[in-house]
Design a protein around this ligand. Structure first.
Ligand code: HEM
Length: 348
């Protein structure tokens, strides 16, 4: 009897082994995902802060590399999109240095994509207590394909200056959103109160509106200027010198309002916004200096590129000023006195 049962038992043992093996193999990815999820931050830590700053650096780098494409005349270094040439996804030796520059700019989008995906993953576990960070990284992630498609259309429209302008405006908007993300990472999630007198907040918003107008008119100025991105590209046809004057006017008004805010902040309890106003003044002085210099020296590429990156940096500083017009009711650790001062100044 024992001998007759032996083959059946062996089969049963084998079936058991196989099914146990399958179960553990099925369980393995779930366990792996669970450990990965547990490794993700459940509160804002150094990893979240780092990825926030990397996202902002990535946006600024993209503005710089877009500038390099336009200013080296490499706008059509890859003459088509999404492929680089009709037959190749990547640049080919025939496309020369222009192909390398334009393709490098396209590749940077992938680096930024990885950074933004990481940022999204890093705040996923804390989405219940930090929905602000969750949605900011979500929309940043969603914006990347949009920006890539706008970039693609810019090529397909043979660098039409209005399309190039839309591409740049989108970069500025993304820089603004990323700055909000960095600011929110560095603050507590509680309700916020105005940290400055209402008239001060109004003046800051007017300053920001003029900064945005300056950027938009600046883009139109560029559209009429010599740096088209390719020798045969259409221009807007506006008079460049006239556009320069129209562009500089809101720039000076922005600077005027900024100085007013800096002056007023000296005698007022305005919280951390003072620090960002100081940063803004520095960027504005540099930006206006570079703007005047480039306009009076025949628009050398290096100055025009610097002016582009500084405009993104300037809008980032403007955003930081706006975000810091309010402060959390619940003070971040070690900042109790500052917040209570701000609340006091609001109620005053
Ligand atoms: C708040 C200060 C300023 C900001 C935020 C700003 C921003 C900008 C922006 C965003 C562009 C378009 C860049 C592009 O599309 O590639 C631009 C172009 C330009 N800006 Fe400004 N600008 C400022 C001040 C000035 C000043 C004071 C001048 C002096 C006249 C100036 C002269 C120019 C010129 C000549 C261009 C066209 C460059 C080209 O043809 O490519 N900017 N500016």
């Amino acid at each position: 009897m024992f001998a007759a049962d032996e083959p059946r038992q062996r089969v049963n043992r084998h079936v058991n082994r196989v099914s146990t093996g399958l179960k553990s193999r099925n369980r393995r990815p779930a366990t792996w995902l669970r450990s990965l999820y547990r490794w993700l931050p459940d509160h804002v830590d150094a990893r979240v802060r780092l990825i926030g700053w990397l996202s902002l650096a990535g946006q600024l780098l993209l503005v710089a590399s877009g500038g390099a494409v336009r200013l080296t005349g490499s706008g059509l270094g890859c003459p088509t999109w999404p492929k680089c040439t009709a037959d190749s996804l990547t640049t080919t030796p025939e496309m020369g240095i222009h192909g390398i520059i334009e393709f490098g700019n396209r590749m940077l989008t992938f680096v930024l994509t990885i950074i933004v995906i990481l940022a999204f993953l890093f705040v996923m576990r804390m989405r219940a207590k930090r929905p602000d960070l969750f949605w900011l990284t979500f929309w940043l992630g969603m914006s990347i394909p949009v920006q890539a498609v706008v970039g693609g259309f810019t090529v397909l429209f043979r660098l039409n200056p209005y399309m190039v302008g839309v591409h740049f405006v989108l970069s500025i908007v993304l820089t603004i959103v990323t700055t909000v993300l960095v600011c929110r990472i560095h603050t507590t999630p509680s309700a916020r109160v105005l940290a400055v007198p209402p008239w001060f907040a109004w003046a800051a918003w007017i300053m920001a509106a003029f900064a945005m107008i300056t950027v938009l008119v600046g883009i139109l100025t560029t559209g009429s200027g010599p740096h088209a991105g390719d020798a045969d590209t259409l221009r807007t046809g506006f008079d460049t010198e006239f556009m320069e004057h129209i562009h500089a006017l809101p720039a000076y008004i922005t600077a005027g309002f900024t100085l007013l805010l800096v002056g007023a902040s000296i005698g007022l309890a305005v919280g951390p916004v003072r620090r960002f106003l100081a940063l803004l003044v520095v960027v504005e002085v540099l930006q206006i200096g570079v703007g005047l210099l480039q306009a009076n020296t025949g628009l050398p590429g290096i100055l025009v590129g610097t002016h582009m990156v500084l405009s993104a940096l300037l809008m980032s500083a403007v955003t930081a000023v706006l975000v810091n017009l309010t402060q959390p009711v619940e003070a971040p650790e070690g900042a109790t006195s500052r917040t209570s001062g701000a609340v006091a100044s609001t109620s005053a």
